[in-house]
Design a binder for this molecule. Structure first.
Ligand SMILES: Nc1nc2c(c(=O)[nH]1)N[C@H]1C(S)=C(S)[C@@H](COP(=O)(O)O)O[C@H]1N2
Ligand SMILES: [Mo]
Length: 217
């Protein structure tokens, strides 16, 4: 049988560990999570009922962390971010306003950004289930962004806020700048901003084991 091909520099693992930068966080149980929208728009909230009125979709995909581990064969379900944007956000924007950058903020203080066209891709989801189970703390309860074409750091867990900006000038990434690529497309190995993609593989690989142990005690 042909060997499954992974994106450049990625290695498959058999488990799907909790991973990331913030590890001392327990997601509170929230029955009806909402999402705040702000930035260059009058702030408002998207409620659980607003989300439920949208089409529920399911995607089958692999997950690729920038540190080079991949976990294959995941099913996420939730709401297509493009539907959220077109039906719930766009109508509130000032006419003539042209968003370029979206910032996603999490309850654990993590944040990530996507340029608008990447956020509106067909397979970007606000997910609330993983492999048929309600999302747990480990993988981003109660709602998480899932952006499968991008390295894991764009898939913000515990999503609380979406900020809409016309300019990306004032956005400060949470992770050090050289580790944050504005697009982070897996297909182009855009692991970070300044060094070539392959170079980050060697910087990051030694950190996987200790991070997995720290985050999955
Ligand atoms: N809120 C939040 N989202 C986050 C992170 C985090 O620390 N906090 N880490 C990111 C990174 S680097 C990765 S690889 C994935 C890991 O997702 P997982 O814990 O479901 O495996 O979450 C991303 N989203
Ligand atoms: Mo990651």
């Amino acid at each position: 049988m042909a060997k499954k091909s992974l994106p450049s520099g990625q290695r498959e693992r058999q488990d799907f560990p909790r991973f990331g930068v913030v590890y001392d966080y327990e997601a509170p149980v929230v029955d009806e999570p909402d999402i705040e929208v702000s930035g260059d728009v009058q702030p408002f909230k998207i409620g659980s009922d607003d989300l439920r009125a949208l089409e529920r979709i399911e995607i089958h995909t692999d997950f690729h962390c920038v540190t080079t581990w991949s976990y294959c064969g995941i099913t996420w379900s939730g709401y297509r971010f493009r539907d959220v944007y077109e039906q719930l956000i766009q109508p509130k924007l000032t006419v003539g306003m042209t968003p370029t950058l979206l910032v996603f903020r999490a309850d654990d203080r993590f944040r990530g950004s996507l340029v608008i066209n990447d956020a509106l891709a067909d397979n970007v989801l606000i997910a609330d289930t993983l492999n048929g189970e309600v999302l747990d703390t480990k993988h981003g309860a109660p709602l998480r962004l899932v952006a499968p074409n991008h390295y894991g750091y764009k898939s913000v867990k515990h999503l609380r806020k979406v900020e809409i900006y016309e300019s990306s000038d004032s956005y400060r990434p949470m992770i050090p700048r050289f580790m944050e690529h504005p697009r982070a497309r897996i297909a182009h190995e855009e692991r970070g901003r300044w060094l070539p993609g392959w170079m980050y593989r060697y910087l990051y690989r030694p950190l996987i084991g200790s991070t997995v142990r720290k985050m999955n005690p």
